[in-house]
Design a binder for this molecule. Sequence first.
Ligand code: SIN
Length: 335
Amino acid sequence: MARNVLSALPRVRILATGGTIAGAQVKGERGYRAAAFSAETLIAAVPQLGELARLEVEQVAAIGSQDMDESTWRQLAVRTAAALADRTIAGVVITHGTDTMEETAFFLNLVVRSAKPIVLVGAMRPATAISADGPMNLYNAVAVAAHAEARGRGVLVVANDEIHFAREIAKTNTTQVGTFASGHRGLAGLVNAGRSHFYAAPVRRHTRASEFSRAKISALPRVDIVYAHAGMGRELIDAAVKAGACGLVLAGVGDGNLCALALAACAQAAQRGVAIVRSSRTGGGVVERNIEIDDDRHGFIVADELNPQKARVLLMLGLTRSRDPAVLQKLFFAY
Ligand code: SIN
């Protein structure tokens, strides 16, 4: 009887990459070391997980997410797709550092073709901290990944009892457990001690409706982010182009604006075939075309609602298809 109950539980695969959720404080020191614990150890610390799902674990990386890179993204995409191709697996949970979690989540949202739940989870406090947030975040993430209603919503991130869409989530605070916000279009749902409540589905294209497939991405072109500020010069833009950037995302002031020097450097780069995307350093709002800058004349692209780091992900993928600013602009209105 007990075995039947157990085998009725959904199978969920955990892909571990490290981060603070697996972090340990070092005795006598102020800080901590990310990725110190294996995924097995994290799971063993939350025995209640066994009531939610039959878990299996794969350690894909053991890094702080500041060291996440394109080759690990591709590896994660391949391992996620392989897990979800197994008919008996209900969903995937990816443990990840919070620093660059939004970028990994958005990348997977664009390249993994599956309707099954893919849930990223992290923690702001290391596993050895007083009131560590990792165990409950992990419990909630597994509950969401095992939930039938999580299907078809694209890649999700679970933290602090909230469910976020990959496209919407941003890390907004250096240390607080409530760091994540989905400012534009709101939460995907809430999850309280494993009880999930889902809200409206995402409106932009993702996963199965995405034209980007991990299978076709062997190398991603170089795209750099340049941060605008008062008194900005053109040197960093010129340096990025000289270093071989195929695309540049400007974290512009306000509505993605740039001073005259930076604008001239970007216009020249665009003439040389470098894709220029105007995003904003403000952390919210839409960057629209042709407001204070003549995007049509310069051949610029606007990021719409995407923050600079997510605009970079989409631009890298877009550049594997086309260098035409009109084609690339359409992507920013579709994803
Ligand atoms: C990291 O991103 O790996 C460190 C910070 C965190 O996980 O919260």
